[in-house]
Each structure stands twice: as C-alpha cells, then as structure tokens.
Design a protein around this ligand. Sequence first.
Ligand code: FES
Length: 185
Amino acid sequence: MTEAVSEDEGAVPDVRRRDFLNIAAVTFAGVGAGAVVIPLVNQMNPSADVLAEASIDVDISAIESGQSIKTSWRKQPVFIRNLTAKEIAEANKVPMSELRDPETLADRTKPGKENWLVTLGVCTHLGCVPLGAAEGEDKGPYGGYFCPCHGSAYDTAARIRKGPAPLNLVVPPYEFGTDTKVTIG
Ligand code: FES
C-alpha cells in the first residue's frame, strides 16, 4: 500500500529545489556578468599609442600677433591663435546676452595670457574643421572661424555666433610650461 504524502511533507523539497534553481541562476548570471565586464574594461584601457599622445608640447614662440597654427592632439585638430589687441577688444565688448553659449574671453584663456586662444578645430555642429586658422582662410563674419559645411560662424574668442552649431569651439585642457611652450592634454 502506497503511503500518502501530506501536503506539508511534499512542499518542503519543492521549495528547496526552487531555491537551488534560483541560486544556480543568480550564480550563473554573476559569472556571466563578470565574463562580459572584463573584456569591456580591457577595451577601455588606452592603447600605447593613445597614451603616447596623452599630452603634446607646442612651441608657440614663432606665432606672431594675428597668426594661428594648427596642430593635432589625440587625433583632433587644435588651433592656437595669438589674438591681436583689436581681436581681444572685439571679444570683450560682446554682451553675454548675445551669446548662445555665454563665456567671456577670460573664461576661455589663462590669466594674463588672454591673447593665447587654444581650441579644438572641430565644429560643434557635426564636427567639420572650421576655416580661419591658416593664412588667407575665411574667418567668417565675426572674425574668428567659419565652418564651410553648414555656415557656423565663430567670433574672435571662438564662440558660436551664427549658424547651426550649438556651442563654442572646445577649449582643451592645457597649461603654459613657459611663456613659449604650451602643453595640451
Ligand atoms: S559641421 Fe560646422 S556648421 Fe555643420
């Protein structure tokens, strides 16, 4: 004669089996997440050539007032411009209320070195390289830089003044090592 199993007696093993299955699933998920995270972390580590370009030193001694140079940092173009007194005055007289991305020239330069404007040469609309850094290039209606792709115009502090770009040209991290050497990055 088969012994009847009460409901209570039958419930205990069921619960334990479910617990085991849940624990097994969680443990598997944990291992799975670990296995995915490690390659992602490895991918985020900078490669040797990126580390080598983490910062660059630029000799600015030959850039005369009114001239600019183009260089490159982390595979992005960088403009370094030696602003004239007139260009500085033009930037400083613009009311903040007229700016789409309000920043003063002082905000975008180093104290005592307002004439040195260091920016990425990357339009903040869709990333074209604006004109205006090389000799004879179109500086646009505000005398700074002009993006030929869709007509964004930047002023002498490289602030966006007209066209579809939403933001000023980005000022990268940089320091003056000496009066004639800038370290970018
Ligand atoms: S990318 Fe410069 S205006 Fe569009």
